[in-house]
Write a protein that binds this ligand. Sequence first.
Ligand SMILES: [Zn+2]
Length: 71
Amino acid sequence: MKEVKIEKCPFCGGEELIESTVSSMVSGVCVANGETRRAILFATVCRDCGSVVRTYCKDPENLYPKKERRK
Ligand SMILES: [Zn+2]
């Protein structure tokens, strides 16, 4: 997984960004055996304006292993 570095809020220019969890999940279905995998969503929130600058899951490889990736 690539490292993404966000230094400023693109909306207000605020520099205080908080990592928080989102009470939501993303799920992926394994192509090989139909098993459903889930990952918790995380969000980077700007403390100054409250904008969610980024939402992501921390282990996308676990959700969709590269070898199973659809073309
Ligand atoms: Zn902001």
